[in-house]
Write a protein that binds this ligand. Structure first.
Ligand SMILES: [Zn+2]
Length: 243
């Protein structure tokens, strides 16, 4: 029960700047990076704009499949859905939770499914017709390894993927997944992606090779964005089983 003295104490508590410790694989091993609440707020604004580009609007419904350790981008997606007043359900992206995805998909009938993984699709394939299930979903943002599986059953999807500590999100043009240039510098060397933190990030990250196959496309996209795009190898990006 809230009492005046406990509320007075609560008022004095500091809120730490640190929201998450993001742990991600690089070409040279695992690395940690701090993520502050202020950065998370900026990331959320960026994701909100990207989802608006996909036509998400108040009153629609969404299904997000993500794992707990992916909170560094999952939190930004959830914040974006709240900002847009899109009702959402969350299922785990690992294969063992595919039934929850099936139930949410049936009961929520979402306009958008975000973060679907190859493992979830493999689980669903045993009990459902994937083509029938997702053809009616207006917007599908799938992890790189799930995209060819969906294409195989006649479903087109845009890519969503972690690129190290950054999020890459494909626009409706579907010609590469955008990375927020205001926060990150993405590069390419010998067919592998590298990433550096922008100067505004609290944690410094010099140009760091990531063990992710891909290419970088610069120049204005058909959607009007100048954010660079990454073309991920089909097995590229982070999936729950690899982290
Ligand atoms: Zn675009």
């Amino acid at each position: 029960m809230a009492r005046a003295d406990t509320l007075a104490r609560a008022r004095q508590l500091d809120r730490p700047e640190l929201a998450y410790l993001v742990r991600f694989p690089t070409a040279d091993g695992i690395r940690d990076m701090e993520l502050t609440w202020a950065e998370l707020a900026r990331d959320t604004d960026w994701v909100t704009a990207r989802l608006r580009d996909h036509g998400l609007a108040t009153g629609q419904r969404a299904l997000l499949t993500a794992s707990g350790f992916e909170g560094f981008w999952g939190h930004a997606v959830i914040g974006a859905l709240r900002t847009l007043k899109v009702t959402y359900g969350i299922a785990e992206a690992m294969g063992w939770d595919h039934r929850r995805t099936a139930v949410f998909h049936r009961e929520l009938n979402p306009h958008v499914v975000i973060g679907i993984s190859a493992q979830t699709l493999e689980g669903l394939a045993g009990t459902a017709d994937l083509g029938e299930m997702f053809r009616s979903t207006s917007v599908l943002l799938a992890r790189p390894a799930a995209v060819p599986q969906l294409r195989g059953v006649g479903v087109t999807a845009a890519v969503i993927s972690a690129v190290g500590p950054a999020l890459a999100l494909e626009c409706p043009e579907r010609c590469g997944a955008h990375v927020n240039a205001a926060e990150w510098r993405v590069g390419e060397q010998d067919g592998q992606l590298s990433l550096a933190a922008g100067e505004g990030r609290a944690s410094p990250l010099p140009e760091t090779p990531l063990a992710i196959a891909g290419r970088v496309v610069t120049g204005r996209c058909g959607c009007g964005s100048d954010d660079p795009r990454v073309l991920l190898g089909e097995a590229g990006g982070l999936s729950p089983q690899r982290s």
